[in-house]
Design a protein. Structure first.
Length: 406
């Protein structure tokens, strides 16, 4: 019996829930790092731009690791890759308080933590799920996994803010390292077992590198990358600099942590809704509306009065589309190229996402340092979101045909 056998539904939903729980921890830890920017600056005196550079490098490294981790998982299974990633993430967090220079933060936050969270993130987890879940269930499965990451952000942001107030940033960072290790036992549940074997791929399997070469020559795949670049720019800018934007508006730090938590909570609903939509509508149209709505919401934020309620409403609206782009993006990759090397090919798409994230995090730091505000970044975000909506429309995608029921 395979995981795709309808007689074994508990097995593939167990895989999905375990993947969601792991992503809850790795994404929760990663998405809460922006709360450390101001305390790190006050403690080390390195400057917002230097700290932003370390976090921007982390955004890129997180993406660069994804296709590599995906390729290893495609070949050897996901369990060891995920375990190694969790250990690296914990190590990077634990070493950060001992770093007093820019290169040290680049090593811990920019390389170790980022590489660890990347190895324990979307490409490996969604790839593992897709190989063990029936085709008609994959959209919802990816939505559930994605919702796990969003719940992690909802859970970790206020928790880390509380730890910062009680223990200071050093104690909070060490606590974050300890919390990360809680996901380690879950990786054993993703080892290959009877009833959880990947599907048979057939004679068309030519190997991972020919698959990558074929994908990189596909216009639709490149257009998908272009749109996902903007998603990364947008998310990294907000995760890194939303606390700074809140401070500029004269509001307490708790507004930033609760805004990040609300984004995560709203994205749980958004992710599940996106997973449901992927099974019924073409993914490129889902992405068009998501990116277009982001541009509209940012424009509304810019003209709204800057109080706590505005930030909470803005967080709720943006959160609905936050990482809900992942299920339709992963769905498009699997439609274009199948699931054999989904972890690798979706990992490359995430690399594009994180290239945008590098610029979002770093340019935000340069903007606040050189201009004293994030205004120019907000305008750039609107323009890029509009462009991302449009580039998805020419993507080649077949009509969705509902699965037959018997």
């Amino acid at each position: 019996m395979t995981a795709t056998d309808p007689a074994n539904p508990r097995a593939y939903w167990l895989v999905t829930l375990v993947a969601a729980a792991i992503l809850m921890v790795t994404m929760g830890a990663r998405q809460s790092q922006g709360l450390f920017v101001a305390p790190l600056n006050a403690s080390t005196g390195l400057g917002i731009a230097s700290i932003s550079l370390a976090m921007a490098i982390g955004q890129f490294v997180w993406g660069a690791v994804q296709p590599l981790a995906g390729a290893v998982a495609d070949r050897h299974g996901p369990a060891r890759v995920l375990a190694g990633g969790i250990l690296l993430l914990a190590l990077g967090s634990a070493l950060t308080p001992f770093m007093k220079q820019s290169w040290g933060l680049i090593l811990t936050l920019g390389i170790l933590s980022a590489a660890g969270s990347g190895a324990g993130s979307f490409s490996v987890l969604i790839g593992a799920s897709a190989q063990r879940v029936p085709a008609e269930k994959r959209g919802m499965a990816s939505g559930i996994i994605n919702a796990g990451g969003s719940f992690g952000q909802f859970l970790f942001a206020p928790l880390i803010q509380k730890l910062l107030l009680v223990f200071g940033w050093v104690g909070a960072m060490l606590s974050l390292a300890a919390l990360t290790l809680s996901a380690l036992p879950l990786t054993a549940l993703l080892r290959k077992k009877p009833g959880l074997a990947p599907v048979h791929y057939g004679p068309e399997d030519k190997g991972v590198w020919p698959a990558v070469v074929d994908a990189m020559g596909d216009r639709s795949y490149l257009l998908l990358h272009a749109g996902f670049f903007t998603c990364g720019f947008h998310i990294a800018f907000l995760v890194t600099h939303l606390p700074g934007e809140v401070t500029l508006c004269g509001l307490p730090p708790q507004v930033a942590s609760w805004s990040l938590a609300i984004i995560g909570l709203a994205n749980i609903a958004g992710s599940l809704f996106a997973g449901w939509c992927v099974q019924r509508y073409r993914s490129k149209f889902i992405l068009f509306w998501m990116y277009g709505l982001r541009a509209v919401m940012i424009a509304i934020y810019l003209v709204a009065p800057k109080g706590a309620l505005t930030f909470y409403l803005f967080a709720m609206a943006l959160g609905f589309t936050w990482l809900a782009t992942v299920p339709p993006t992963a769905g498009l990759v699997s439609k274009l190229f199948g699931i054999r090397y989904l972890a690798t090919l979706f990992g490359l798409t995430l690399l594009s996402h994180q290239t945008g994230a590098f610029f979002g995090a770093y340019l935000g730091g340069l903007a606040i340092t050189g201009l004293g505000s994030y205004q120019l970044m907000w305008y750039a975000d609107i323009a890029l979101a509009t462009a991302a909506a449009l580039v998805n429309l020419p993507i080649r995608e077949a009509l969705v045909r509902p699965a037959r029921t018997t």
